[in-house]
Write a protein that binds this ligand. Structure first.
Ligand code: COA
Length: 180
């Protein structure tokens, strides 16, 4: 198995087809990466006390940290981390126990906390802090610390959400080719 990828308590990460994981990333435990997902240098994704799911064609960029919250009596499901399809997670983001839909861009350095639900087609600006249990509405830009709902996305931005994921699928294919 890839040296970046380790099992925990007998549960190993599962990788779909044509997934790219950089050699300096660390993927541990109950983590599923669907087809064409990509994990860039220095990413840590630790599925130890709950699960992490990363949808098809989503990319997790350099230095991002992905973690989860354990199940408890008060919170029987805990907070898993679920990321949908065609999601771009920019450099050095922190995603903790939250749920992201499809075609979302999480800007560089953003922090998204437990229990947050991000609907499809949302842009989270660089450096945004999304406090626990917030719901981000489809079609909007959110920025700031703490976050504010800034404005509706324009057509170009809506199109870019998908395009960003496409760009990263092409790029990770180039990296996979280099590795062969
Ligand atoms: C959010 C973003 C798209 C804004 O683009 P924009 O076209 O400049 O947005 P607007 O001009 O409509 O700015 C809206 C307002 O939000 C502010 N703003 C923009 N980005 C902001 C951010 N990240 N945090 C806080 N405020 C921000 C602007 O200053 C402006 O404020 P004002 O209305 O008081 O003047 C851009 O700044 C951003 O954060 N991009 C993320 C890029 C990224 O991380 N990509 C992933 C790595 S590849």
């Amino acid at each position: 198995m890839h040296k970046s990828i380790d099992s925990f308590k007998g549960v190993s990460p599962i990788l779909g087809k044509n997934v790219y994981v950089d050699g300096s990333a660390r993927i541990v435990g109950d983590v599923v990466l669907e087809d064409d997902a990509s994990i860039w240098p220095m990413v840590a994704a630790r599925g130890d006390v709950n699960k992490i799911r990363i949808g098809a064609r989503s990319n997790i960029q350099d230095g991002s940290v992905l973690h989860v919250t354990r199940k408890s009596e008060k919170n029987p499901d805990g907070f898993p981390l679920i990321i949908g399809e065609d999601v771009t997670v920019g450099h050095k983001c922190m995603l903790h126990g939250c749920q992201l839909g499809n075609r979302i861009l999480v800007g560089m350095g953003a922090i998204v906390m437990d229990g947050v639900v991000v609907e499809d087609d949302v842009f989270i600006g660089a450096g945004t802090l999304v406090p626990p249990n917030k719901r981000l509405e489809s079609g909007f830009l959110y920025v700031g610390n703490p976050m504010q709902k800034k404005r509706p996305l324009n057509d170009a931005e809506m199109a870019f959400l998908k395009q960003s994921a496409v760009n990263y699928v092409v790029l990770k294919d180039e990296y996979l080719e280099e590795a062969n």
